[in-house]
Each structure stands twice: as structure tokens, then as C-alpha cells.
Design a protein around this ligand. Structure first.
Ligand code: ADP
Ligand code: MG
Length: 259
């Protein structure tokens, strides 16, 4: 089971779009997949077609150990993958976790009991470096960082990288940055292509080959509760996320060969 956190403390950079579409694309490629929504906004939950307002239990109850993962997970009505959903309740977890033992490890512990259930677990982190994101980073083997190719893209990246380094040093020796994913890419925009080339120069192999274009079908899909990759399979954005799933599967297979 490979666990990846999708993180960037900036909002609106494509974390949730990446989490939902990669989960659906992995599932469509035959991978047993769980998507964990760690954002109180519950956008990933809704984007998969799960109604966040009518949940009996959610990731909140799992973090506080009031429910098990088996009780709280639901099957996405739109694709063949599971979702550990979130809603506003989760906003309270931040405060309620503070005094609890092993507060950063709650998600890790919950997932450990389900090693055999999944090939991939994707964690959609909130736009902050909070206790929730910390739970995501402590549970994960790797981080996928979606980025827009704009002038300020690198600003703030150092905060995230420092946080990942600290978590690696103190809490989770397994954690590494898997890669930067360029999203909302516009090949007609010179700045976009320049920043993209700079990222490749600077970060080399840490930049995924797949480029996700700006594509309106990806932005429309959530309002139908269907991942973009299933909503309009022919759209450029959908095809990019299908290609990204193949790239991820190839990566984890290459790790296996190294062992
Ligand atoms: P985050 O989770 O980082 O806050 P989202 O995934 O919610 O970011 O994306 C922010 C907004 O941008 C959403 O309205 C989403 O539909 C839109 N969006 C994300 N990726 C793309 C894309 N490749 N093309 C067009 N719109 C996109
Ligand atoms: Mg989001």
C-alpha cells in the first residue's frame, strides 16, 4: 500500500482536483484506491459525489477514534474507489486533537489497520500547515505537490519543503517528496512555459513528466459530483490525469524493482 499526501499550503492550486482525478484514474486503471479528504471544506468528498451533509461518520470521527475506518469510508458513487469523507465537523478536530496522545499519528494508525485493502491511498490536505496536514504527512510515504506555473509558484514552496524536512527528521522517516505536478498549464502563455522550464532545470526528476493543462471540463466536473476523468474522458484535462496515474504506477513499480 502506497500512501501519498497531496499538499501545498496555498489554496486554489489544484490539490483537490489532483486528489479526486488521480484517485479515479488509478481506480480506472485497476488499482484499489482510497481517497482521504482531510479538508473541512469537504470539496474532495463532494467532488466524488458523496453528500457531505448527510454523513453518519467521517474522517473526523476516525481521527478522534470515535469510529473505525471501516465504519466511516464510503464507496464513491462515481468511480470504483473508496472515500474517507470530510465535512465541517473536521474544523473542530484541530483544537480537539491538541491535548490527545499521538495527535499527529491518528491517521497513520487508522490506515495501518487496512494495509491489505488498498494499492494506493491519496490524502487531500487542507491549505495550511496545520495539525490536519501534519496527520497527512505523518501517514504518508510521499508528498505530491501540485503547482501552477506562475511567477509566485516557488514562493511558499520553501515553507512546505521545510515542514516536510522537519516531519522527516522528527516524526516520519519514510516521508519524501515524490514530485512537483504542474497543473493549470497554459502552453500559449509564455510565462507558463518559462516557469515550467525553470522547474525542470531546478528540480530535475522531481518534476513529473505529466503536464496538466488548464481545462474547463475539470473545473465543471465537481458540480456534477463526478471526477473530471470520468465526466469527459476525451477532454485534455482528463487525459492528462489518466497519464499521471500511469506515471505514478510506473514509479511505484520501479521502486519494487530496486528492492
Ligand atoms: P485546492 O484544493 O488546492 O484549493 P482546487 O483543486 O480546488 O485547489 O482548484 C481550485 C480551482 O481551480 C477549482 O475551481 C478547480 O475546479 C480549478 N481547477 C483546478 N485544476 C484545474 C485545471 N487543470 N483546469 C481548470 N481549472 C482547474
Ligand atoms: Mg482543496
Amino acid at each position: 500500500m502506497h500512501i501519498f499526501a497531496i499538499a501545498n499550503q496555498k489554496g486554489g492550486v489544484g490539490k483537490t482536483t489532483t486528489a479526486v482525478n488521480l484517485a479515479a484514474a488509478l481506480a480506472a486503471s485497476g488499482q484499489r484506491t482510497l481517497l482521504v479528504d482531510l479538508d473541512p471544506q469537504g470539496n474532495a468528498t463532494m467532488g466524488c459525489g458523496v453528500e457531505k451533509r448527510s454523513l453518519e461518520s467521517s474522517v473526523y470521527q476516525v481521527l478522534l477514534q470515535l469510529a473505525s475506518l471501516s465504519d466511516a469510508r464510503v464507496m464513491s458513487p462515481s468511480g470504483r474507489f473508496d472515500v474517507l469523507p470530510a465535512n465541517r465537523d473536521l474544523a473542530g478536530a484541530e483544537v480537539e486533537l491538541v491535548d490527545l496522545e499521538l495527535r499527529e499519528m491518528r491517521l497513520k494508525v487508522a490506515l495501518a489497520a487496512h494495509q491489505e485493502d488498498y494499492d494506493f491511498v491519496l490524502i487531500d490536505c487542507p491549505p495550511s500547515l496545520s495539525m490536519l496536514t501534519l496527520n497527512g504527512l505523518c501517514a504518508a510515504h510521499g508528498v505530491i505537490i501540485p503547482m501552477q506555473c506562475e511567477y509566485y509558484a516557488l514562493e511558499g514552496l520553501s515553507d512546505l519543503v521545510n515542514t516536510i524536512k522537519k516531519v522527516h527528521a522528527n516524526l516520519n522517516r519514510d516521508l519524501k517528496i515524490i514530485g512537483l505536478l504542474r497543473v493549470m498549464y497554459d502552453p500559449r502563455n509564455t510565462l507558463s512555459t518559462q516557469v515550467s522550464a525553470q522547474l525542470e532545470q531546478h528540480f530535475g526528476d522531481k518534476v513529473f513528466k505529466t503536464l496538466v493543462p488548464r481545462n474547463v471540463r475539470l473545473a465543471e466536473a465537481p458540480s456534477y459530483g463526478v471526477p473530471g476523468v470520468l465526466f469527459d474522458k476525451a477532454a485534455k484535462g482528463a487525459q492528462a490525469y489518466m497519464a499521471f496515474a500511469v506515471e505514478m504506477i510506473d514509479r511505484v513499480n520501479s521502486w519494487k524493482e530496486m528492492l
